[in-house]
Design a protein around this ligand. Structure first.
Ligand code: SAM
Ligand code: SF4
Length: 335
């Protein structure tokens, strides 16, 4: 049997292979979505945030240990200064099979083509409303027309797959479930509906009251579309349905109503270089201090990452009744 050192795979205590890393590359954003951020946010001082070089070194270490997929997220990844230089290097990183990105779409009109050329194959774009006023309310400052132009630009740039992400809040945008699905179908895009998760304390709405379970969303969709369950997976927690006669797949991420922890293949790295072993728990390993105390030492990073596998929790528990147990906001975590 090969020693763990010689084996390029990351396996946790429960036998799950970790081959997917979500990397938050900035906590900043040009939107302030009501479920993600407080209206007044304090962002981290620059020295606490990993540099682009550190982000690259970290990615290299993960890939050398068997990670095959990296998703860049945030905050809004595309507003990080010089982000294209990181994306171009990652696009050329040997052993990394999939470089993907989650974005609010605002920068895509000017960046979609460059991203595709740099090797980003798939892209997720968040879109919670097709009504300009409501879009503005939900994002507090976002402009719908800019995001729609971003979707056009992404389609023109020829990504292999484009997926829309919609967080549905009861009483806020649940009347747009069918319109969002219609938009995705008309454009030939995939669409995932996400249940709101209790990450960070927000005042703007009561998360329990606004909670819209995936099951209820699917019932609405079935009033218009024939949905066929699919066994397909994209390596994420989404469960997919096909819309009969259309290429569009509709997915549901249901951290409350469906526990997907046993299939978990991922870890996250916060913008401060904290390796988070689970979205719903605080178990973590400080990789920034390894990067800064041992500059350029890939072996030190690799051994810290391997050691972290032993503290990956078995599962998360989200409760809407209690105070949020997780005090960090989604923009810190990397959604
Ligand atoms: N700014 C980019 C964007 O909006 O796509 C990337 C980061 S954002 C944190 C990633 C995803 O997390 C988005 O689709 C967003 O809707 C989702 N999200 C943010 N806060 C959430 C929460 N509390 N519950 C569920 N999804 C959330
Ligand atoms: Fe920004 Fe994305 Fe959070 Fe919205 S969900 S505030 S776009 S990071």
């Amino acid at each position: 049997m090969s020693t763990p050192e010689a084996r390029p795979r990351l396996i946790d205590r429960f036998g799950r292979e970790v081959n997917y890393v979500r990397l938050s590359i900035t906590d900043r954003c040009d939107f302030r979505c009501v479920y993600c951020m407080a209206e007044q946010m304090t962002f981290l001082p620059r020295e606490q945030v990993l540099t682009l070089e550190e982000l690259y070194q970290l990615s290299e270490a993960f890939v050398s240990l068997g990670v095959r997929k990296i998703r860049l997220t945030g905050g809004e990844p595309l507003i990080r200064r010089n982000v294209m230089s990181l994306i171009e290097r990652l696009g050329a990183l040997e052993g990394l099979d999939e470089l993907v990105l989650t974005t609010n779409g605002s920068q895509l009109p000017k960046m979609a083509e460059g991203l595709r050329a740099a090797g980003v194959r798939r892209i997720n774009i968040s879109l919670d409303s097709l009504k300009p006023d409501r879009f503005r309310q939900l994002t507090r400052i976002g402009k719908l027309e800019q995001v729609l132009a971003g979707i056009d630009a992404a389609q023109a740039a020829g990504f292999e797959r484009i997926k829309l992400n919609a967080v549905i809040l009861r009483g806020r945008n649940d009347d747009e479930i069918l319109d969002l699905a219609g938009f995705a179908i008309q454009r030939g895009l995939d669409l995932t509906f996400i249940e709101e998760m209790p990450l960070g304390q927000i005042e703007e709405h009561d998360r329990a009251e606004a909670f819209m379970p995936s099951e209820a969303i699917r019932e609405v969709l079935q009033t218009r579309y024939a949905l066929m369950p699919s066994t397909e997976t994209t390596g994420g927690p989404s469960r997919y349905w096909h819309v009969e006669g259309e290429p569009t797949r509709i997915g549901f991420i249901s951290p409350h109503s469906h526990n997907f922890c046993h299939l978990c293949n991922r870890v996250r790295v916060t913008v401060e270089g904290r390796l988070l072993l689970c979205l719903g728990n605080e178990h973590s390993m400080d990789l920034r201090s390894v990067l800064r105390e041992h500059p350029g030492d890939q072996a030190a990073l690799q051994s810290a990452i391997r050691a972290a596998m032993d503290i990956k929790p078995e599962r998360h528990e989200f409760s809407l009744d209690a105070e949020p147990q997780i005090v960090r906001f989604m923009n810190m975590t990397g959604g």
